[in-house]
Design a protein. Structure first.
Length: 303
């Protein structure tokens, strides 16, 4: 048993993850042409259904509560990962990466993200088990992340504007070396590093968020990994209209604030996981609907 879960479950899960990564690598293999949106959506939906089947397996083997915690953690991680997609989109637009280079960069990024999630979740659970006051630190981190989202929405800015690009992207551009229409090896490695750093920063927000709904290492870890597995196909599925969800950062900020308050008030108020799941779904639905319904403000044209 590892943290209350049989070793066979941990081994079996990692075998499944390896098979899905191999399928993802060959199915979404980078070509000279753009990946068809239908294929990207199909693989994204398949992974979501697979995650649902995994939740059903947890329901049958571990019970109702762990299954609901898995679904809540999966939804939190998936919704927050959309915020990370804006960063990826801006990064790839800035360097005009071809589809096959985007595929390779995201594939390497997913591998690093899985390793970081394992380390972060193991460390977070261990800290929460040893030091009860750590949950207040995590809650404060989440509140800070929510305020940061409200002040600096991670929308994909116009890559043609130097002022719109973050400083770390301009730093990579200053050290990049192109080889014709393809990025040089040094540039590509810097882009992969940027993807990993972006995910590291994202994990600092998302790991405390998922630990606010579950303290079970297996549930926290598997919900994170399933969300990450669908990140690459989701990027290619929604990259064409990602800019339309310009109000999504308000919803993500509300989710972070909610789970922060849930963690901070845990000693006085116990919020059932069913309520948490309903709140998360409601916030996502409202943010997505308002993004599509409310027209964007048009920029004034200078004469």
């Amino acid at each position: 048993m590892i943290e209350g879960t049989p070793v066979s479950s941990w081994i079996g899960f990692h075998i499944v993850v390896l098979l899905l990564l191999l399928a993802d690598m060959f199915l979404l293999q980078g070509k000279s042409h753009k990946l068809p949106a239908r294929l990207a959506w199909g693989w994204t939906i398949f992974l979501a259904v697979f995650a649902g089947a995994f939740a059903f397996w947890i329901l049958r083997t571990q019970g109702h509560q762990p299954a609901l915690e898995f679904v809540s953690g999966y939804l939190i991680e998936t919704s927050l990962s959309v915020d990370n997609l804006f960063v990826f989109l801006l990064l790839f637009r800035s360097f005009s990466l071809r589809p096959e280079d985007q595929h390779r960069a995201l594939l390497w990024g997913i591998g690093g993200a899985i390793l970081m999630r394992a380390l972060f979740i193991a460390g977070g659970v261990s800290l929460l088990q040893r030091f009860d006051w750590i949950q207040y630190v995590f809650g404060g981190v989440l509140l800070f992340a929510a305020l940061r989202l409200l002040r600096h929405p991670a929308e994909a800015a116009d890559p043609s504007s130097p002022e719109a690009r973050p400083a770390w992207i301009r730093w990579i551009e200053s050290r990049s070396a192109s080889q014709g229409s393809r990025p040089g090896l040094r540039t590509f490695l810097l882009i992969v590093l940027a993807v990993e750093i972006s995910d590291l920063i994202f994990a600092l927000d998302s790991i405390p968020a998922v630990l606010a709904v579950t303290r079970r290492p297996f549930i926290a870890y598997t919900s994170n990994i399933f969300a990450i597995l669908g990140l690459r196909s989701l990027f290619f599925a929604v990259s064409g209209f990602l800019d339309r969800f310009r109000l999504l950062h308000y919803g993500l900020a509300a989710i972070l604030a909610f789970v922060a308050l849930k963690m901070l008030a845990a000693h006085w108020i116990s919020i059932p996981v069913t309520v948490s799941l309903g709140v998360i779904l409601a916030i996502l639905a409202v943010a997505a609907t308002l993004s599509l319904v409310i027209p964007a403000k048009r920029k004034a044209v200078s004469r």
